[in-house]
Write a protein that binds this ligand. Structure first.
Ligand SMILES: Nc1ncnc2c1ncn2[C@@H]1O[C@H](COP(=O)(O)OP(=O)(O)O)[C@@H](O)[C@H]1O
Ligand SMILES: [Mg+2]
Length: 242
């Protein structure tokens, strides 16, 4: 049985990893709707937050806002004490590339790059944007370690389409995690997988809170939601604790 435990003692931060203060987002194309209507949330290092709620209620919108992929109309979103609304596009790109791991349903792999190259990509981006310079050997070592974890050590030079659906999904998750982001945003990462592959995906996500990061996951899977230490339901534009 998989247990995703909160472990707030691993890394001590003197601020929340992520904080939302009265965030509002309205879509004005066509019918005006306000799926996020005053959401406040504190997410600490070691938290596993689950977000449940019916389809079309605004869960993905909320994750896009937290990830700095959508701009809020009002309110504040802070990631690692940086207010997303007050930084330049360039700094926002760096923050996303270095601190946030995205596992979204639309997250496509680079179809023209091999499995190994897909995994190495986020590390090369980190090299581009930060002072930490990982050498070729370091990158190789990390990629090898993840391929072993995924149980596809022999498929490094395959293209994504040559993997099974479950293997591909785990590769998407591994690509989000390989840079060890502070905050991992996962949007229904297991909904189209059978129980076996779903639990394989969760096994990859399990260490995120344990190492002092935070995991925010939209899920309809009660088995996983029950393991969250903060469980919310989204309705009428706000998050209600469960
Ligand atoms: N870019 C957009 N423009 C206009 N409406 C959108 C856009 N993205 C999502 N919506 C609408 O906002 C609502 C919430 O969508 P979403 O956040 O995807 O919900 P969920 O993830 O809970 O299914 C839905 O009614 C959806 O149609
Ligand atoms: Mg959604």
């Amino acid at each position: 049985m998989i247990n995703v435990t909160a472990n707030r003692d691993v890394i001590k931060f003197n601020h929340p990893l992520c904080e939302l203060k009265n965030v509002v987002k309205t879509y004005k194309s066509g019918e005006i709707i306000c799926p996020v209507d005053g959401v406040s949330l504190r997410c600490e290092a070691g938290d596993f937050i689950s977000i449940e709620g019916p389809s079309g209620i605004g869960k993905s919108t909320l994750l896009y806002l937290v990830g700095g992929l959508l701009q809020a109309d009002s309110g504040e979103i802070l990631v690692d004490a940086t207010n997303l609304q007050s930084i330049s596009e360039h700094d926002l790109t760096i923050l996303r590339a270095t601190k946030i791991g995205f596992i979204f349903q639309e997250t496509n792999l680079f179809q023209a790059l091999t499995v190994g190259e897909n995994l190495a990509f986020p590390l090369k981006i980190i090299n581009k944007y930060t002072k930490t310079k990982l050498g070729k050997a370091d990158i190789n070592q990390k990629v090898e370690a993840y391929l072993e974890k995924l149980g596809i050590g022999d498929r490094r030079d395959f293209l994504p389409h040559q993997l099974s659906v479950g293997q591909r999904r785990r590769l998407v998750v591994a690509r989000a995690l390989i840079k060890e982001p502070l905050l991992v945003l996962a949007d229904e990462p297991t909904n189209d997988l059978d129980d076996f592959w779903a639990s394989e995906v969760i096994k990859l996500l399990q260490p995120v809170p344990a190492r002092g990061g935070a995991l925010m996951m939209v899920t309809h899977n009660m088995l996983w939601a029950e393991r969250a230490n903060c469980r919310y339901t989204m309705s009428h534009g706000i998050l209600a604790p469960k």
